[in-house]
Design a protein. Structure first.
Length: 228
């Protein structure tokens, strides 16, 4: 479990290919203080396991499924990556609960200055957007961010200078692929409520309801069906 609060920017020192997968060698400093073999660490929001730890770097296996679902397979030597160690019991939850299991990927569409902030707009697939709400949380490359707006194909976030300075979003250019993880609370809520809908709606009605709510369940929809 992670929080989406990036501890430091690491650097890819090497990529070793092995039977359709890769081994990443990632340089770090702060995260190496107490990192041990077998520990979980989020790399661009993807939960990986440290298989070897040296004085300046750690090694992690990236299996084919992870390469398909994230941007880790596209990483190049010298590229900056966001690093976060797993949340310690009793630690402060500064962001939101992040599992490190990517829901999909998007890409940077555009960005514009707004005062001292930088607004970035990312494309996202339907399976991510269905859980996106204004003022809700989303993890972009492992960074806990707040959604300021969204539509059927994309969402916007507003970044303060500190976030840009401390994360890889400073280096992201238009078209760059990013890892996306929706807030898990929305996914669990949907999982719990769907059986209730099935008890009160026929399958065709349920499918029509899902089509009418591509962004996920809404309070108005719940009220209309008598659940709130």
């Amino acid at each position: 479990m992670f929080t989406g609060i990036v501890e430091e920017l690491g650097e890819v020192l090497g990529r070793q290919h092995a039977k359709g997968s890769i081994v990443l060698v990632i340089k770090g400093r702060k995260i190496l203080d107490d990192l041990k073999i077998g520990d979980s660490i989020a790399v661009n929001g993807v939960c990986l396991t440290a298989t070897k730890v040296t004085g300046e770097a750690f090694y992690a296996d990236v299996m084919p499924e992870t390469m398909r679902r994230s941007n880790l397979g596209n990483l190049k030597v010298g590229e900056k990556v966001n690093l976060e160690r797993a949340l310690a019991a009793g630690g402060r939850l500064g962001g939101h609960f992040v599992s490190g299991h990517i829901d999909g990927t998007g890409s940077l569409l555009w960005e514009e200055k707004e005062g001292n902030a930088l607004v970035k707009c990312f494309s996202a697939p339907p399976e991510v957007l269905r859980y996106v709400v204004v003022k809700g949380s989303i993890a972009v490359d492992g960074i806990s961010l707040t959604v300021v707006d969204f539509d059927d194909n994309s969402f916007k976030v507003s970044l303060i200078p500190h976030t840009l300075e401390q994360t890889s979003l400073f280096y992201r250019k238009r078209g760059d692929r990013v890892n996306l993880e929706a807030d898990m609370l929305g996914k669990y809520l949907e999982k719990l409520l769907i059986p209730l809908f099935r008890e009160n709606l026929s399958l065709p009605q349920l499918e029509r309801a899902r089509e009418k709510t591509p962004q996920g369940l809404t309070m108005s929809f719940l009220a209309e069906k008598g659940f709130v």
